[in-house]
Write a protein that binds this ligand. Structure first.
Ligand SMILES: Cc1ncc(COP(=O)(O)O)c(C=O)c1O
Length: 428
């Protein structure tokens, strides 16, 4: 699996990238990871090395790379035109499919990235409530807007509910428009919402925050308190949409928000994301449905383009096949159990957290309920483990295993063998 071809262009590409890209990279993976090709649950780098792929393009490739049905749909559309800046039948069909699948979705607005979807979902909540403040959770990731980058990954967390910027270049005033609470701490959220209800425009949450599942009752209580005060609840389902269930985390956990955002899987590997939700909130996107001052102005060059739409539709067709979710959950469960067993046998203080389609190890034996708990994890050890795994043909992001419906028995077996070998390196 790790055979290198004679002419390895990696070093040359890395050198060129360092000249023209800040940090030598697109900002996602390290410059040295130069990927060439993907098929099913495997990828190959420019050196010809093959990997079982748990990166999955950071999540979109849930049905596997170059899925034949998705490829055929895209190949059929490309010669007919790739973008029109107008409605097209495929985009409309994808919006219908989203409304059929996702419990909260009565209407849909397409954008091109999760960042945009979250930005507009927060803006829609503000337009609807005619208030400014948004409550988010510490460690919750909602893309790269000024608002989303508040207390997303603070190195030195402050006092709740004060928001801390995670990036240079964000105006100081943004911190005053955001409130921050601890994920899974319903007492804190309830008292904050009671106290701030007259200023709050909305609450945004990843129903499964990064790798942390909601404690039983947390999402239900969040739903109840926001509904009590008529405050829109936004589920960021960019990761969980069509992954935890066909209807996303809202179906999986049984809690329906007012709005949600979708990305990754729904675009079938192309640039497409969406805001979906209650028609009375979504109407703020309709110039004719609301007063001028309530209109939320939103346009985007590539929004709902037919290539991304057919890729998304073909992906959803694949996901609707009977047994799809049972299969990916079985794969994920087996992998999680095996990793847990290997780490325990090695005597390392570690735990595997997440849900079967998306998990990772955290190197601490302390319970993990929120962002601050994750800071106890030994990041250096995780980095060494990831590196040892990459050398053994396993590709993953810094802190996530994304499972694909395309992962095979051979992929699972290879992964378990790689874990067993890599864990030995950690004991040196
Ligand atoms: C939960 C969540 N929301 C939003 C985003 C942003 O999506 P994008 O990278 O498409 O802007 C991501 C990206 O990983 C995400 O994980």
């Amino acid at each position: 699996m790790s055979s290198q071809t004679a002419a390895d262009p990696t070093a040359e590409i890395v050198e060129r990238s360092r000249r023209v890209l800040p940090g030598g990279s697109f900002g996602n993976m390290p410059a040295e990871v130069v990927l060439r090709e993907g098929k099913g649950g495997r990828i190959w780098d420019e050196a010809g090395r093959e990997y079982v792929d748990f990166l999955l393009g950071s999540g979109p490739m849930f049905v596997g790379h170059a899925h034949p049905e998705v490829t055929a749909a895209v190949q059929a559309q490309v010669p007919l035109g790739t973008t029109f800046f107008s409605n097209n039948r495929h985009g409309v069909a994808l919006a219908e499919a989203i409304c059929d699948a996702v419990p909260c979705a009565e209407q849909v607005r397409f954008v091109c990235s999760g960042t945009e979807a979250d930005l507009y979902a927060m803006r829609a909540a503000r337009a609807f409530r005619k208030r400014d403040k948004i409550l988010k959770f510490e460690g919750g990731y909602h893309g790269m807007s000024d608002y989303a980058l508040m207390s997303m990954a603070p190195k030195r967390p402050g006092n709740f509910p004060r928001a801390i910027p995670d990036s240079a270049g964000i105006p100081k005033s943004v911190a005053d428009e955001m409130l921050v609470a601890a994920f899974n701490d319903i007492e804190m959220v309830e008292s904050l919402i009671e106290e701030q209800k007259d200023e709050l425009a909305g609450v945004i949450v990843e129903p499964f925050q990064r790798l942390i599942p909601p404690q039983p009752g947390f999402l239900q209580a969040l739903r109840a308190i926001t509904a009590k005060h008529g405050i829109p609840l936004i589920f960021d389902e960019v990761v969980t949409g069509f992954r935890f269930a066909y209807g996303g985390a809202q179906e999986y956990y049984g809690v329906t928000p007012d709005l949600c955002t979708l990305g990754k899987i729904v675009g079938g590997g192309f640039a497409l994301a969406a805001i979906a939700g209650r028609a009375d909130i979504m109407r703020h996107f309709d110039r004719l449905a609301v007063e001028d001052e309530d209109f939320l102005f939103q346009v985007g060059t590539l929004s709902g383009n037919p290539v991304a739409a057919v890729a998304g539709l073909a992906t959803l067709d694949v996901l609707r096949q009977p047994g799809t979710y049972e299969g990916v959950f079985a794969t994920g469960r087996e992998l999680m159990a095996a990793l847990d067993r290997i780490l325990k046998q090695a005597g390392l203080p570690a735990q595997v957290i997440g849900e079967p389609p998306l998990f990772d190890v955290v190197f601490t034996d302390q319970p993990i309920r929120d962002y601050r708990d994750t800071l106890r994890g030994d990041k250096a050890l995780l980095g060494r483990f990831n590196q040892a795994l990459r050398a053994r043909g396993i590709m993953k992001g810094e802190s996530k295993y994304y499972v694909s419906i395309a992962h095979t028995r051979a992929d699972i077996d290879h992964t378990i063998d790689a874990w067993s070998e890599a864990v030995k390196v950690l004991k040196d």
